[in-house]
Ligand binder design. Sequence first.
Ligand code: ZN
Length: 81
Amino acid sequence: MKHEEIYLDPDFRKSPKGPHCHICQRALKGNSVRVYVSQESNWSNAIHPEDIGEVGDYEIVNIGPECSKIIPASYYIIKAK
Ligand SMILES: [Zn+2]
């Protein structure tokens, strides 16, 4: 891993329906970002896109504009044009 994993502390107590922020589990409003995460039952780590080949299990999640402030922009998945 070239880049540090970023520890996230999602609020998994809620069980939202529809598109929601991975961290606060609230419905998405505004510009969300997408990141790779490796997820366990009660925490998850954001993975840098350059390191994703070294991670066995990962998911792509949406994170809302407020919660995404703890994650550097270099970790965001850039949409292919
Ligand atoms: Zn959030």
